[in-house]
Design a protein around this ligand. Structure first.
Ligand SMILES: C[S@@+](CC[C@H](N)C(=O)[O-])C[C@H]1O[C@@H](n2cnc3c(N)ncnc32)[C@H](O)[C@@H]1O
Length: 257
């Protein structure tokens, strides 16, 4: 599948999702309030790397009065982000940029950097933390989201997923890894199994609906497969994976191990 088809498939699958991951409305609100409790306000700059529909960025800008930049490599994700910001009152304070986050210039630095579920190979938690911290201004903060193992997968499960044990750390190890990468953890949240199930329902339902309503579309076969036979792989992944959200302050190197 070519990259633009993959990007379109992702946009189709998330058409009914608030954020493009296992994050419910209450958790989204919680993240916004956590950020609002920091010194983020008018004049602050927020950067969202891999912003997708930019739901979190938009809500943070609305709540705090900051201005924001959302970066995504998918034109389909940015279309959705543009539609959502156009319906809001803060469109003039959000710049949406079609770009590869991995090629982004780190300057000017930002007061808050978001990177929730990077859609590229961002490395493990340590690499993601170190890399995103490079975009943060002195005294600023990071809000990250990525997977971790809820339980140790068996060799057979890893083979079925085409993954390796080292692809993720166990959930319990995430905070210590982030702290070792030089970021003081201020708040964290772990997606529940219900969050994954609800996300999976939305994702699968949107794929099924699309495959039925647009059977001749070039991505219809992929949508059919991923909501049918291929769905078993996703179910297994959701059973094994956590999704951890974490707010931190770079520069305060903690010695937790
Ligand atoms: C799992 S989604 C998360 C979106 C958003 N952060 C959210 O939580 O709603 C991952 C996003 O990363 C984007 N992406 C993938 N590779 C990228 C790259 N190299 N540069 C920028 N964005 C990228 C995808 O297009 C997608 O929108």
């Amino acid at each position: 599948m070519i990259e633009t088809e993959r990007q379109r498939l992702s946009a189709v699958a998330h058409v009914t999702s608030l954020m493009w991951g296992p994050i419910d409305e209450a958790t989204l609100d919680d993240m916004v309030e956590q950020v609002a409790s920091l010194e983020i306000g008018p004049g602050s700059r927020v950067l969202d790397l891999g912003c997708g529909p930019a739901e979190l960025l938009r809500r943070i800008v609305e709540r705090t009065g900051a201005s924001g930049v959302g970066v995504d490599a998918s034109p389909f994700a940015l279309d959705e982000a543009r539609a959502r910001t156009a319906r809001s009152s803060v469109g003039d304070r959000i710049e949406l940029r079609l770009a590869d986050a991995q090629q982004m210039d780190r300057r000017p630095a930002h007061d808050l950097v978001l990177c929730i579920g990077p859609g590229w190979d961002a490395g493990g938690w340590s690499e993601l933390t170190g890399w995103t911290a490079g975009f943060v201004a002195a005294g600023g903060h990071l809000l990250l989201g990525q997977g971790s193992w809820r339980r140790v997968p068996t060799v057979g499960e890893l083979r079925m997923l085409g993954m390796e044990l080292g692809d993720y750390p166990p959930t319990d190890a995430v905070e210590a890894i982030v702290a070792r990468a030089g970021v003081e953890v201020l708040w964290s949240h772990r997606a529940s199994r219900e969050d994954w199930d609800a996300y999976g329902e939305r994702y699968r339902g949107a794929m099924l609906k699309f495959a039925r309503s647009s059977p001749d579309d070039p991505i219809a076969a992929a949508a059919r497969d991923r909501s049918g036979e291929g769905w078993r792989t996703y179910e297994l992944l959701h059973a094994l994976l956590d999704f951890v959200l974490l707010l931190g302050k770079p520069g305060a190197v903690a010695s937790r191990s």
